[in-house]
Write a new protein. Structure first.
Length: 135
């Protein structure tokens, strides 16, 4: 029996399209509204928390998508960093958002995991669905 080597897990940032080398940050729908060309929702630290993409929210804008902080506080004006919904390792990002991960370079990794047969059925189904959605 031959086994294929596991492909390297690669995720490219949804904003700058450079490989994410360490921590992955998941962005919400307000980021997508402001950056409609985003590929998925997974970003590098520089794009998610850096000054070049920093903005403050304007809840009076009818297009604005409120974040959890704004919804809890009622009148709190959030900012870009309030719209970062998660911070994780690349492996955890694949597990929690396989569709974005597949779009952002991890499709071969997901295929390998699905065909390796060591995933629970629910995770395998989510990975297959993510791969099908990417084409």
């Amino acid at each position: 029996m031959t086994t294929t080597a596991r492909p390297k897990l690669t995720i490219t940032c949804c904003l700058c399209h450079k490989p994410v080398r360490s921590d992955v940050f998941t962005l919400d729908a307000e980021w997508r509204r402001r950056h409609p060309d985003m590929t998925g929702n997974l970003a590098c630290r520089r794009c998610a928390l850096g000054d070049e993409n920093y903005w403050t929210c304007d809840p009076a804008d009818p297009r604005h998508v409120p974040c959890a902080v704004e919804l809890r506080a009622g009148n709190h004006h959030g900012d870009a960093w309030d719209h970062v919904t998660a911070h994780s390792t690349p492996v955890a990002a694949v597990l929690t958002d396989p569709r974005s991960a597949a779009r952002q370079g991890a499709a071969d990794y997901l295929r390998h995991k699905v065909h390796g047969g060591r995933l629970d059925p629910d995770t395998a189904a989510r990975y297959r669905s993510a791969l099908a959605a990417c084409g």
